[in-house]
Design a protein. Sequence first.
Length: 443
Amino acid sequence: MSPKIAAAPKSPKAPSASETAALRAAHLMPLPGPMFAKPVQIVSGKMQFLYDENGKEYLDGFAGVATVSIGHSHPLFVSQLKEQIDRLQHNPPLYLHPSVGAFAARLAEKAKTVNPDMEVCFFTNSGSEANEMAAFVAKAYTGRHEFIAVQRSYHGRTLLTTALTGQHNWRNQQPYPAGVSFTPTDYAYRFEGTPEQSTAAALRGLEMTLKSSTQGKIAGFYAETIMGVGGLITPGRSYFTQAAEMVRKHGGLFICDEVQAGVGRTGEHYFGIKHWGAMPDILVMAKGLGNGYPIGAIITTRRIAEAMKGLLHYNTFGGGPMAMAAAGAVMDVVESENLAANAAKVGARLIAGLRKLQLKDERVGDVRGMGLMVGVELVKDGKSKEFAPELTLRVVESMKDQGVLVGKGGLEGNTLRIQPPLCWTAADADRTAAALERALKDV
Ligand SMILES: Cc1ncc(COP(=O)(O)O)c(C=O)c1O
């Protein structure tokens, strides 16, 4: 399946982690940077492994925040990018270049699996920009400006995408553009009732938000297929079909944010939303699409895209030859190495291992997600389900010391995020579950 893993790549002599941290502190904005009480410095990577300046190997369980989809420095990715940079490094949209149309056609073909009318792409440099573009298109198409987003969502860091983000700690750029309302999350673990009742309540909430917080007709409804930053909250199986229907009844577009869930991460399918059978009007992608090369994209139908005719818009780097080479290589590898199928298989094993642990330790409150998009919500005890952010911090630190890097998320900071490169093996899944068990014993 995945290429054989070479030994740790040789790196030029790196400064110590403390020298690097001091330079960062002196010359970068005083914003949260490296995680962990004792920060890790990464100087090289190969497939699902990362190496610090002393050659210590880490199993990567977070993929540069769900971004390194096919593996670090995958040989095909490296060779296709090198080939492209040797030939032509940048091309503005002013001149034709063969790569952008060709890749757009491939991406649209994938998008047809969730909506047969998907045909038209637009490329950006990031997920935030892609979500901005989705709003631009939805406003142009509907002639309206109101959007609904989901509580606990994360859609980016521009002004509008921060306004669409339903987490107080990220909502720190007030004031925002008007016209964003929030609808309740289908968060079964924290709902008093069955998962089906949780979905029904979230849908009733959406109906009420539409009726009470908007003029009754909207431009669009933004939703992540599975929440990433929000803590891997996974809506019930009937949520999206019903939500999309309700949104369309109110004149809006269903804007499905697959920035984290796309590229096969949820297993089996290229797009996560395929698991729900719901039909988005606009798909938003970024992160794993470029395996770490900056790229974002939206894909929509010809009918919707036609609304942009005559409007002036531009993006210096979007769809450039390097980004297209990166995204093309990622798609080649996802297909040739069956990474979506691998994500389904390895993810199922990971979830099974974590659920076994849940039976032994009540602090493992919830194990959720799909494929290699897995969350573990840690609580003080199974009865109170009290959020356990301090425990979570200590657990990620202990796992890091054991050589396994996982992320942390959730509005309350108590969910482990396991979103590794899709080339993970069964052994990697088992090692991660074992590291969590050990961490929970030690802390
Ligand atoms: C679901 C989702 N949408 C959008 C974004 C924003 O993407 P970017 O950081 O590339 O701007 C993120 C980033 O974490 C994300 O998780």
